[in-house]
Design a protein around this ligand. Structure first.
Ligand code: ATP
Length: 237
């Protein structure tokens, strides 16, 4: 089976600082892959590198196309949606206007309203709050909005950066259950970065362990979860 995303020898730079040191990994279509790693290992940078938000070298092949030299906007048009850490809510406009921004690459109005209804079936709370100023939504609602905005793109791949950050356990459970449904029903592949390794390993089917910008371990989530080192360092038992 061909991988949806194939990353080879990926390096990323912030000015002269190298944050990724030759990362190799691949992601299967329809799957959920998680990247685990300590603070500063390069998880966020990996997601940014895929959509050309940092300077990179190496290979990124998405659905057989080389992303090298492509702008972030062109990558978005290939339907790769980034849900950044901090959620990227536009606080002064409404929930619905935020959702519309997610569909900026789609010009067919009918399609946009169909997508919006689809988002509202996953997140009925966003529908209730469609006219509310987005900055006044709760943290959980804003995270749902960030996922909803990405879904407006009808993505093939979603890059999720710490979706559980700062949320109460009950909301996290609800959000992760919706992510699972979206993966199953829409067939959206996901690349998930999470501090909460236990949660990430439950949702994902494959995992990579990142240490200082390199993948040091990879496998199915069952394999990774049963690794003694991972259990001690990331799962706490
Ligand atoms: P965390 O879990 O703490 O978010 P992470 O694994 O996502 O960590 P990154 O944010 O990708 O790690 O950071 C990887 C490395 O790149 C770190 O050494 C970090 O200091 C550096 N870095 C990240 N952003 C920048 C930046 N804007 N300028 C310079 N260096 C940066």
């Amino acid at each position: 089976m061909m991988a949806l995303l194939e990353v080879k020898n990926l390096e990323a730079y912030y000015g002269h600082t190298k944050a990724l040191h030759g990362l190799d990994f691949s992601l299967q279509e329809g799957g959920i892959t998680t990247i685990l790693g300590a603070n500063g290992a390069g998880k966020t940078t990996t997601l940014r590198a895929i959509c050309a938000l940092v300077q990179t070298s190496g290979q990124r092949i998405f659905d057989g196309r080389n992303l090298d030299g492509m702008s972030t906007e062109s990558i978005v048009r290939l339907r790769i949606a980034h849900v950044p850490e901090g959620r990227g809510t536009f606080v002064r406009i409404t929930t619905e206007e935020n959702l519309r921004l997610g569909a900026y690459t789609i010009h067919n109005r009918r399609k946009i309203s169909d997508r919006m209804e689809r988002v509202y079936t996953y997140f009925p709370r966003l529908k209730e709050r469609r006219n509310q100023q987005a900055g006044t939504l709760s943290g959980g609602e804003q995270q749902m909005l960030a996922v909803g905005r990405a879904l407006m793109l009808e993505p093939r791949l979603m890059l999720l950066d710490e979706p559980s950050f700062g949320l109460a356990p009950l909301i996290v459970r609800e959000l992760f259950s919706i992510l699972r449904t979206i993966n199953k029903e829409e067939g959206v592949s996901m690349l998930l970065v999470e501090q909460n390794a236990t949660l990430a390993l439950k949702l994902a089917d494959h995992a990579y362990l990142l240490e200082t910008g390199r993948a040091v371990m990879s496998g199915t989530t069952d394999e990774i979860s049963s690794n003694a080192e991972v259990r001690k360092s990331y799962l706490g038992y």
